[in-house]
Write a protein that binds this ligand. Structure first.
Ligand SMILES: [Zn+2]
Length: 462
């Protein structure tokens, strides 16, 4: 797609003078129309009357039970006041003022919007995925990606990290930017763009005819330390918030290359150093212990999956201050599909049956070892909107409901570097707020049915 952007630029240069003049005239008249529309709206007498009321422009969210900061005790009968998308105050009792909007959640439990540290918005695993890569356009990926983003949001996830957009990196950046600018409603998205991977590695294209792979080849595929520096730089230039790499093989790549280390140590170090120079963290997909430990030694900020981690991995996690994103739901999903579905290739099926059943025990061992763990699901492997199914698996692995909820709010926000912006219901933070029936501090099952969602002050579900 980057090549296509260059071609588009070429088109602009070839415009005739007359065309350029007409285009300017059109843009100018559009700007005038937009401005006058704004003036008309502002001159509406009802708007003026509202602005003079004390509650004008404010929203009052009345919470029967409030879990403002997961990990701290819940409170009852509170009102969250929201102005310009941010939490401006939290008051005792049920408060409202003339001119303000009231959202009555007196019968609900209100908590911060959930955060999924690992999703793939542009696709969903299934029988058509291998064909989709060669039939869908980037526009198709953009439209489907946005529809999937809404499914994540309506499931209560007001922030997601998209860790690998395949051949749709332009699409994911456009979705992210449109939501960020307030043009579209959606979850806050942090996007990695394309995964940095070695040729034949888990993030590469596999199992197509040579000329097809030639066309599908990505700038993020690299070999050797120098080339991997280039790949990281290109991802940052394209708009990546975080660098995602494949340190080991993976389940759903169509190659029988195992799930151990795939980047050399010097490549890993080059990737981490280059990202650091450009102000980005690196997160590494890693199943096999050789790759988990090599990536941790190289200084990645986090490990996605971590399936075969051992005592040395746990020691390295703590020594380096790295975070684990366990994605047990993805393991459960691919195991089920390998046993009951018909679409996996033999290479995928063998790895799914090896990796899937081990992930719950991995999470149990990591928790017992004192590793910092952030919530993430690899949704897009499993169905968009099913993200909260991960909570039940954490309980199976020995987490208490408050621990799991903390990892999906303030814990994930800290991991993603956005704790000043979201992750708790606190004055000054964005109004990312959800509500459920029942008590998620006793039963995480209630998080499967989120009744109300607000993202940066905009109601997305009620
Ligand atoms: Zn993933």
């Amino acid at each position: 797609m980057r090549q296509k952007a260059d071609e588009d630029k070429g088109d602009h240069f070839s415009l005739t003078r007359e065309e350029t003049r007409m285009r300017r005239l059109f843009l100018f008249s559009m700007a005038v129309a937009a401005l006058s529309f704004g003036l008309v709206v502002n001159l509406d007498p009802r708007a003026i009357a509202q602005q003079s009321a004390p509650g004008a422009g404010k929203t009052y969210v009345q919470a029967g039970t409030l879990i403002a900061v997961p990990g701290e005790p819940a409170q009852t009968r509170k009102t969250i006041i929201i102005e310009n998308g941010r939490i401006s105050a939290i008051r005792d009792g049920f408060v409202e003022e003339r001119g303000g909007a009231v959202i009555d959640l007196r019968a609900k439990t209100v908590l911060p919007g959930l955060i999924d540290s690992h999703v793939h918005l542009l696709n969903e695993t299934g029988p058509s995925q291998r064909l989709d890569v060669v039939t869908k356009s980037e526009a198709d990926f953009a439209v489907e990606g946005y529809a999937n983003a809404l499914k994540n949001l309506r499931a209560g996830f007001t922030t997601v990290a998209d860790l690998g957009a395949g051949n749709g990196d332009d699409a994911i950046f456009a979705i992210r930017d449109s939501i960020r600018a307030g043009k579209l409603i959606g979850p806050r998205i942090l996007a990695a763009g394309s995964t940095v991977t070695p040729t034949g590695g888990h993030g590469d294209i596999q199992g197509y005819r040579d000329d097809v792979m030639e066309v599908l080849g990505r700038a993020s595929t690299c070999n050797g330390a120098d080339d991997c520096r280039r790949a990281v730089r290109e991802q940052v230039r394209a708009g990546a918030d975080v660098i995602k790499i494949t340190a080991t093989g993976g389940v759903l790549s169509n190659i029988a290359a195992g799930t151990e280390q795939q980047f050399f140590d010097d490549e890993l170090v080059a990737i981490v150093e280059t990202a650091r120079q450009l102000g980005r963290k690196v997160t590494a997909h890693a199943h096999g212990v050789t790759g988990v430990n090599a990536a941790l030694r190289a200084g990645v900020a986090s490990i996605e999956h971590g399936t075969f981690l051992d005592a040395e991995s746990i020691r390295l996690f703590k020594e380096k201050g790295a975070v684990l994103v366990p994605t047990v739901l993805a393991g459960r999903f691919v195991e089920n599909e390998a046993k009951t579905g018909t679409w996996m290739t033999p290479a995928q099926r063998a790895k799914a049956l090896d990796v899937g059943p081990r992930m719950l025990d991995m999470l149990r061992r990591a928790k017992a070892g004192g590793v910092t763990i952030a919530f993430g699901t690899d949704t897009g492997v499993s169905k968009h909107g099913d993200n909260a199914q991960e909570f039940g698996l954490w309980i199976e692995a020995g987490f208490t409901p408050p621990e799991a909820l903390r990892a999906a709010t303030i814990g994930a926000a800290t991991h993603l570097g956005i704790a000043a912006e979201t992750g708790s219901i606190s004055v000054g933070k964005a109004a990312d707020i959800i509500a459920v029936d029942g008590d998620p501090l006793r039963d995480v099952g209630v998080l499967l049915d989120v009744d109300f969602v607000m993202a940066r002050g905009v109601v997305a579900k009620e």
